[in-house]
Write a protein that binds this ligand. Structure first.
Ligand code: MOS
Length: 706
């Protein structure tokens, strides 16, 4: 099955358009999870464990309950029972056991936010504290190799004979790279408003996936799913941290049941560090071997990461090495260790993001070792199949590299490091390749026509700041063959019907397919059954893409890109400044160049932050993330990224979906940090293999305190 030639030329798809909700957002009309005014609403504030491992012995609620306005204090001794088979991290207040610093041990509900917080401070918790194991090390005895890692990928893929290939290579690189713990830092915190009405649970939740929150809550509270409704009309960023339900939504639902009133629960910024996931630190060994002409003969990528005691999660950091280059002898593997730490989760391009820092830094090291141009080295090692032997549905990495080199002004680059000065600054440029899987997941949508030629299209997409609503309307208008002004689009409500997460860069392709299918069916029915005229009572059709997606051919579907970066480094202070970043991407058909560009430059900017500043510091003795605010956890601001630009190379791929689109929410961060690190090497001759690249990492004397 291909989609070639099955569609009329798109009119609305491909047009740069502003976001439908832009005005609502800038005027403060858009409502986020705790912005919904509900009569009688009360407020909840969690009490968190101040130790990483042990058992709560007593919770003294009396001082909190004595405060005027405190309605309830929930703890494991009195809270409603939840279905015990649920995700252990969501089984809040069910047992005295504590498995990470910051785990919720009580929840105070009060008539005002201030009183809830005051109550939480008054709750006295006693515990038997045990020694905690919180630090990831390459020699940790608890490391093991899980057969399946995140995204359902095989933990290990080996091809050929890596050891023999590596031993026989003419040029070799063997290096270990480290990436730190990072937090997502979405603007809207994890937040929920919950209320119960005639046995029905209704929540407004800051989530990327209201359908899955609904399923989770239904299971945990043992309700039929139709008695749970989850709405997320606007979501203030997620980056993966809102891809699955977190304790806030369960706590709010529990508390609302206990006090019989709507409950609002917005986590404070510091709470997000333990209660909303993070990117695991990684330790990655990469070995590359090439022949004399610069053809890869062996590639080894072994990745180590951590997870919590509660939930197994293995970051698939070596997976990127199964896709980027063609190589006969390959080994890719993952090991993970369960520690007394909060659960890590998906963060923008889980796997590909940290993995590409290692692989694409190593490619730069290989280029230096063999005196090859880093762009040409990547072009020379292009692939036709992935590591499992599947052909790529489309692959334009080489075009991205060539186009980027041209636009960036790469030709004539002197590869020797530390050779260019401008005043006190050392100048350098770097390149890295990017990729991200082009996933499409089954979803449903409905389309309704009314007699006045008006259309209502509903799909449970989550617009997490991406423009999902806007692009769904473009897609619907094309599939209906009508003007966008005639289409009303509804998203962000589990009552619409199942749709997949705004995550894995699969939203637009998955929801858009369901929308296309529903709209085409509707158009067909209007034309065939009603002679092109909508009857007075209107027509409504629903579509489900499960069978369509299953019927597709087997391909390796990925988006590709090339990242270029120019930096300057002050050798006296170790300060790194970004001069410019350019990303060139092949992501199938771009539905809306405006929102697409925003996504990509957002990802690149986040990658710049990963390269130079983002780092959650763990106090290993206590298991506490100590940089738990925006003053000590640095993300890029405008002044840090003076010039960042993204362009797309045209790409037609008949094996994707009716729109011909690949995702682009995550690929912008993939390779970005490596391009910065490679530019820093070019500027200074210093290879930094551990992120972030701080002045201390460039001036070793500072780091050692000498
Ligand atoms: Mo993304 S990390 O799948 O929201």
């Amino acid at each position: 099955m291909t989609f070639q030639g099955t569609r009329p030329a798109p009119v609305h798809i491909g047009r740069a358009e502003p976001r439908l909700e832009a005005r609502d957002k800038v005027t403060g009309q858009a409502r986020y999870a705790v912005d919904h005014p509900l009569p009688g609403a009360v407020y909840a504030w969690p009490v968190q464990a101040t130790f990483a491992r042990g058992r709560v012995s007593t919770v003294d609620t009396a001082p909190a309950l004595a405060l005027d306005g405190v309605l309830a204090v929930l703890w494991h001794g009195n809270s409603p029972r939840l279905e015990p088979g649920s995700d252990p991290n969501l089984l809040v207040l069910q047992s005295p056991d504590v498995r990470y610093y910051g785990q919720v041990v009580a929840l105070v509900v009060a008539t005002s936010l201030e009183r809830a917080r005051e109550g939480a401070e008054a709750v006295a918790v006693e515990a038997d504290v045990e020694a905690a194991d919180t630090v990831l090390r390459a020699d940790h005895p608890g490391l093991y190799e899980p057969p399946v890692v995140n995204a359902g990928l095989p933990g290990r893929i080996d091809n050929g004979d890596f050891d023999a290939g590596f031993a026989a290579a003419d040029v070799r690189v063997d290096a270990t790279y480290r990436t730190p713990t990072e937090h997502h830092m979405a603007m809207e915190p994890h937040a929920t408003t919950a209320f119960w009405e005639r046995g029905q649970l209704h929540v407004f939740d800051a989530t990327q996936a209201s359908s899955s929150v609904r399923e989770t809550l239904a299971a945990m509270f043992e309700l039929p799913p139709q008695l749970v409704r989850v709405q997320n009309e606007h979501v203030g960023g997620g980056f993966g941290s809102k891809g699955a339900p977190w304790p806030n939504v369960v706590l709010a639902a529990m508390a609302a049941r206990c006090v019989g009133r709507p409950v609002k629960l917005a986590l404070q910024r510091s709470m997000l560090f333990s209660l909303a996931g993070y990117r695991t630190p990684t330790i990655q060994r990469v070995r590359l071997g090439a022949d004399r002409r610069g053809r890869l003969v062996a590639l080894g990528h072994e990745a180590i990461s951590q997870c919590s005691r509660l939930v197994e999660y293995t970051e698939q950091s070596a997976a990127v090495s199964r896709v980027h280059y063609g190589v006969p002898n390959l080994t890719t593997s993952h090991r993970v260790v369960a520690l007394d730490v909060p659960p890590p989760t998906w963060m923008r391009a889980p796997g590909e993001c940290p993995g590409s820092f290692a692989l694409e830094s190593a490619m730069d090291e290989l280029a230096a070792a063999g005196s090859w141009d880093p762009v040409q080295l990547r072009i020379d090692n292009d692939a036709t199949h992935d590591a499992e032997g599947l052909p790529f549905s489309s692959r334009h990495l080489v075009e991205c590299l060539r186009e980027g080199a041209e636009r960036f002004g790469w030709s004539g680059r002197d590869p020797r490091p530390a050779g260019r000065r401008e005043g006190r600054w050392l100048l350098g440029t770097g390149v890295a390749a990017s990729s991200f899987p082009a996933i499409t997941w089954p979803s449903t949508a409905t389309a309704r026509a009314t007699a006045d030629d008006h259309f209502e299209v509903a799909v449970n997409a989550a617009d997490i700041g991406t423009g999902a609503r806007t692009v769904m309307r473009q897609i619907a208008a094309d599939a209906l063959g009508t003007a966008e002004a005639c289409v009303e689009i509804r998203v962000g409500d589990s009552a619409i019907g199942f749709a997949t997460v705004a995550g894995g860069s699969m939203g637009t392709s998955s929801w858009g397919w369901a929308v296309t299918k529903a709209c085409r069916l509707l158009r067909e029915r209007i034309d065939k059954e009603h002679d092109g005229r909508v009857p007075p009572e209107g027509i409504c059709v629903s579509a489900d893409t499960t069978a369509d997606i299953a019927a597709r051919g087997e391909f390796a579907r990925h988006a590709f890109g090339a990242q270029f970066c120019a930096v300057r480094v002050d050798p006296a202070t170790g300060e790194v400044r970004l001069d410019r970043m350019l990303g060139v991407f092949a992501v199938g058909r771009v539905i809306n160049p405006t929102t697409a560009r925003s996504q990509i430059i957002g990802g690149m900017t986040m990658g710049a932050g990963m390269a130079l500043m983002e780092h959650t510091v763990l106090d290993g003795r206590r298991g506490d993330f100590v940089t738990s605010d925006l003053a000590s956890y640095h993300v890029c601001v405008n002044a840090d990224v003076p010039r960042v630009d993204a362009v797309f190379v045209p790409e037609e791929d008949p094996h994707l979906n009716p729109m011909g689109s690949k995702g682009l929410g995550e690929i912008g961060i993939v390779g970005a940090a490596a391009s910065v690190a490679n530019a820093v090497y070019h500027a200074t001759g210093q290879r930094v293999r551990s992120l972030p690249i701080t002045p201390a990492s460039l001036l070793p004397g500072y780091a050692s305190g000498a």
